[in-house]
Design a protein around this ligand. Structure first.
Ligand code: FAD
Length: 409
């Protein structure tokens, strides 16, 4: 079969929020860019995320602003403009889960001091919520409840909006049998050879720059280009989902100096309210079974919202890995990270909220467009990737209090 070939300014691997955001940026600045996706868009992290556009509070709970909280503090403003359609990328079609997060803490001196101290050095600060504006399960909470203007988005709708705008530039690939790199040194990619997953028609891509924005998939891509493998870490989470007669609520319950429960809510395809529950619970339950994790979630929720009736609520769990740059044995890097090697850039945003900063950093290394035309007609028959299913729409075993085996942890 004849090989067709295509010269590109930039070739991006991975269609989560990082890859799609950069594709949008590159396209607007006149670059000829393509994005290759091996699974479903956002699979891995973006589709599993809680969608909170953090402003740094969760990194300042020790009572003083940290480097991480300073780095992220401008992000809510940038996202707000994109989500309103006032700045690029235009994310105005994104479904909003909420305009703010609630914040309340379990009794304890450290929690109170942390919340007080966290006010300083942040752009979005907690403000007390009058009792009548609190969400139902927090109305009779004895301590104070604040709101912090961190928006919460529905990641699926954001991915779908970007994917629709860039459909001609997003290709489905099969990394097992339809992808080969031709390199001339560490990280120096000369050519990427693809096979159309449906017709097996070959295609050669000759990019000036290659971006690895594949989250957990970056490791394998780096190995294929002779790049060192120890530059990435994965940190797992065991998330809980609750479904049923629940109020819409987004927020963090603080214990000591960390978010103990982080709850975001959404509607499923049958219009039922679903809570995604993360925070310390999801970190602590990595090695726990789903039944143990659900039992712990019930106990924690009963403590954080004593008036909430969980009798008819259904629960399930899912696991997801956070993929980040390795950080010298410490946990999360403070900000987004990119590595430049040869003509490749490997990138990890660290948080969804940090993608605009990552994009600014990476775009500084992109040369002016080579003046290639944006005619991609030869790719019109190539299959296009679709957006991954959110966790609550997947086929997971849900249990209620009557079916779950109670196990104490
Ligand atoms: C449970 C959970 C909750 C989170 N909540 C939040 C939150 O509330 N706020 C926040 O700011 N951050 C949150 N995060 C972090 C945030 O989700 C990530 O930082 C961000 O989504 C990473 O986006 P990404 O595009 O770099 O990677 P991903 O979203 O993982 O996307 C990678 C893409 O690459 C594709 N891919 C993989 N391998 C290949 C390959 N070989 N070739 C081509 N394509 C490939 C995948 O299919 C996928 O589409 C959360 C993370 C998790 C796990």
């Amino acid at each position: 079969m004849d090989r067709s070939s295509l010269k590109l300014d930039v070739l991006i691997f991975g269609g989560g929020i990082s890859g799609l955001w950069l594709l949008d940026e590159l396209h607007r600045s006149g670059h000829r860019a393509l994005l290759l996706e091996s699974g479903n868009l956002g699979d891995g992290q973006t589709i599993n995320s809680q969608g909170i556009i953090h402003g740094g509070l969760k990194y300042a709970l020790k009572g003083r602003p940290s480097r991480a909280s300073r780095m992220i503090r401008d992000m809510p403003m940038l996202w707000r403009r994109s989500l309103a359609g006032e700045a690029a990328p235009d994310l105005s079609g994104t479904i909003m889960r909420g305009e703010y997060c609630c914040l309340w803490s379990l009794p304890g001196l450290r929690s109170r001091i942390g919340l007080l101290g966290a006010r300083f050095g942040l752009r979005v600060r907690p403000r007390t919520l009058p009792r009548n504006e609190r969400p139902e399960p927090l109305r009779s909470w004895k301590g104070s409840v604040s709101r912090i203007d961190e928006q919460v988005i529905e990641p699926h709708s954001m991915l779908a909006m970007l994917a629709d705008q860039h459909r001609p530039r997003c290709l489905q690939i099969d990394t097992r049998s339809g992808l080969e790199f031709e390199t001339s040194g560490r990280g120096k990619v000369d050519r990427v050879r693809l096979l159309n997953p449906e017709t097996s028609a070959p295609l050669d891509l000759e990019p000036r720059l290659v971006m690895f924005a594949a989250g957990g998939g970056n490791q394998q891509l780096r190995q294929a280009c002779d790049l060192p493998g120890q530059s990435m870490q994965t940190r797992p989470l065991h998330m809980v989902m609750a479904r049923g007669d629940l109020p819409r609520l987004n927020g963090h319950c603080i214990k000591g100096t960390s978010p103990w429960l982080t709850i975001t809510s959404t509607l499923d395809c049958a219009d039922r309210v679903v809570w995604q529950i993360g925070g310390q619970l999801a970190e602590d339950c990595i090695d726990a079974t789903p039944a143990q994790t659900i039992a712990r979630a019930r106990t924690d929720l009963a403590r954080a919202m004593p008036t909430l009736n969980l009798d008819d609520i259904w629960f399930t769990t899912y696991k997801a890995n956070r993929a980040e740059a390795a950080n010298n044995g410490r946990s999360r890097p403070d900000g987004p990270i990119h590595l430049i090697e040869g003509n490749t850039v490997t990138l990890w945003p660290t948080k969804l909220a940090l993608v605009p900063m990552l994009s600014d950093q990476v775009m500084k290394h992109v040369s002016q467009p080579a003046g290639l035309n944006d005619d991609l007609l030869q790719l019109q028959d190539w299959p296009r990737p679709t957006v991954a299913l959110p966790p609550w729409e997947r086929d997971l075993p849900w249990t209620d209090v009557h079916s779950a085996t109670p196990i104490s942890m």
